[in-house]
Write a protein that binds this ligand. Sequence first.
Ligand SMILES: Cc1cc2nc3c(=O)[nH]c(=O)nc-3n(C[C@H](O)[C@H](O)[C@H](O)COP(=O)(O)OP(=O)(O)OC[C@H]3O[C@@H](n4cnc5c(N)ncnc54)[C@H](O)[C@@H]3O)c2cc1C
Length: 285
Amino acid sequence: MLIRNHKLAPYTTWNIGGPAAFFFQPDSLELLQKFLCEYKDQEIFWLGAGSNILVSDKGFDGVIIYPKNILQECFVSGKYIEVGASVSISTFLHVALKYGLTGCEFMVGIPGTIGGALFMNAGAHGGQIWDRVSLVRTIDKNGSIHERNCDDFVVSYRRVINKMSQEWFLSAKLRLDKGDSKIAIQSMREFMQHRIKNHPCLLPSCGSVFRNPKPLSAAQLIESAGLKGLQIGGAQVSPKHANFIVNLGNATANDVLRIIDHIKKEVYAKFSVELETEVKFIGDK
Ligand SMILES: Cc1cc2nc3c(=O)[nH]c(=O)nc-3n(C[C@H](O)[C@H](O)[C@H](O)COP(=O)(O)OP(=O)(O)OC[C@H]3O[C@@H](n4cnc5c(N)ncnc54)[C@H](O)[C@@H]3O)c2cc1C
């Protein structure tokens, strides 16, 4: 299904942003391959659960690929789970638990898809998804499918670079451990309690806006700069966690960008640290 001029805000956890010129939701991998061949000269943006993106108020003058109806497989074989890019992290963790496979509990509460997690090298509590990747299947802009191993990527904190070409993830084969589901459930409960206690879970956000300038913490720098609670328009630096910017109800992308800009300037002025955004911006600023 191809839709023109389709509003993107409902597809983001921030609930912000204008329309995409083209929005393609394929019903099969073959249709996706055909579409990519036809539209390969357009700017393409692959959308997962929209939990780490900020869409411009003016929208995006390109093609959004939204593969929610495909890439939903989850096959278990021994200690491996082959999981499609559109599978949510929570579904993946349910499957892992059902088969007594552990090691990815740290991902509990991350509201994205496996594809988004692979692209971002999502992680928490000292774990990151690429520590568990055995191989991935990708698709390039001509619609050709590839099987790639970890050596084909440069993986670091919240950043993954494909050495080969521009490709998107179709699935990953993840290596887990045979473990005790009861212990895994207990760890996940503790991780969730930590999130509920420390994150503004009731308001729309995209999680942490800035990468941590390791060994420093972006949240601590922003808080020390006295910016907790700062509000511009409908966007606010969360009073609960300074690295979250929340949408109080009617925030625009411009409000969020102004806060981001202000934080960067203040943190640089006070601590000489250049903060870098983790969230991906789409469209025209
Ligand atoms: C409340 C909250 C808490 C969060 N906590 C954490 C956390 O603890 N740790 C953490 O790492 N992140 C966290 N995040 C951020 C976010 O959930 C992760 O970055 C997640 O991995 C993004 O997945 P997504 O499917 O939503 O991707 P999207 O936001 O849709 O996309 C993010 C990027 O991934 C790309 N992408 C998506 N799918 C694919 C694909 N199949 N192939 C290639 N590229 C793709 C997109 O093009 C985009 O550049 C949090 C977000 C929220 C809202």
